[in-house]
Design a protein around this ligand. Structure first.
Ligand code: AMP
Length: 310
């Protein structure tokens, strides 16, 4: 340790207000996606980030966005936002907005979040003021656009987060409608954990000469998990599940299925066989998902059958 050693966030050239917020948050050095993405995003480049939650991707876009907004400070006009982040769920949107507030705590920016399932009033008032950063779930944002609560024609930076989950939740059309309201000249950041065909196409349509950054999560499975593969004919899969769950040692189990419909069918099959099971996927409402998770946590459900939304 010498006193010439610089904090790696400083070396990226981030604004001092951001650096002190990071210090207070206890961040010592950038994660791989942060050190790869931040310099490019700070310069205004488009970015294609292949990364999952847990890699530090939120700060990888939030920090350089805040840096750029602070470099060119202008008071946002009423019913506009300088940066727009689209996020698939209420929980993620709230987490992202909280991150912007924590990192931007010394910068005095206006940050708001909008999502469905709650009243419009408070969201309308926040939009009316004009925002530096808006984090939004697509459905509710479209409602606000249609009600002329927000005009995106002056938005400078657009982020699409968790694009593959957006696809799974049926949000591709709303996203395209939202994008059509953005100005042609803007910076685009696109994040997805996987790149199925339709997502690749959307990225191709949205991004201009993007810098590509890909990171893999540090560990894919928790070490305490014992893994085992059982080969079984497709037609016997459900019967085998019921057989496995006849062992009372399996107290809390997650079953993943490829499709939402499959999740419902497996849960119903297990229920019929006397195993308390529930399904959780993108077609379930927010309260339904929360109830199922709660029942799983407190042991009322032994098995939660989920698509990869879980
Ligand atoms: P994310 O992948 O954006 O959901 O971030 C995962 C977690 O890592 C969050 O709790 C962040 O607060 C935390 N985090 C992100 N970047 C860093 C960093 N450079 N140092 C320490 N923690 C971090």
């Amino acid at each position: 340790m010498t006193d010439t050693q610089t904090n790696a966030f400083e070396a990226l050239g981030l604004n001092n207000g951001l650096l002190s917020a990071l210090k207070a948050a206890g961040y010592e050095k950038p994660t791989p996606i942060q050190s790869k993405a931040i310099p490019h995003v700070m310069k205004g480049a488009d970015l294609l980030g292949i990364a999952q939650t847990g890699t530090g991707k939120t700060a990888a876009f939030a920090l350089p966005i805040l840096h750029r907004l602070a470099e060119n400070r202008v008071k946002p006009m009423p019913r506009t936002t300088r940066a727009l982040i689209l996020s698939p769920t209420r929980e993620l949107a709230t987490q992202i907005a909280d991150s912007f507030k924590v990192y931007g705590q010394h910068l005095g920016f206006r940050v708001a979040v909008v999502f469905g399932g709650v009243k419009y009033g408070a969201q309308e008032r926040a939009l009316q003021q004009g925002l530096d950063v808006l984090v939004a779930a697509p459905g509710r944002l479209l409602d606000h656009i249609q009600q002329k609560n927000i005009d995106l024609s002056s938005t400078e930076i657009f982020v699409l987060d968790e694009a593959d989950q957006m696809l799974d939740l049926g949000f591709i059309k709303p996203i395209r409608q939202i994008v059509s309201r953005l100005p042609a000249r803007r910076q685009n950041l696109f994040f997805s954990a996987t790149m199925p065909g339709e997502i690749g196409k959307l990225a191709g349509d949205l991004l201009k000469d993007p810098v590509k950054v890909q990171v893999t999560p540090q560990s894919t499975t928790v070490e305490r998990i014992k893994q085992q593969v059982i080969w079984v004919e497709a037609g016997r899969k459900r019967a085998l599940l019921t057989e496995l769950f006849s062992d009372p040692a399996y107290t809390r189990c997650l079953v993943f299925t490829k499709t939402k419909h499959g999740a419902d069918k497996v849960a119903a099959y297990l229920e019929a066989g006397g195993v308390e099971a529930g399904a959780i996927h993108g077609n379930k409402s927010q309260p339904q998902r929360e109830r199922a998770l709660e029942a799983f946590k407190n042991g009322k459900l032994r098995v939660l059958v989920a698509t990869d939304i879980a």
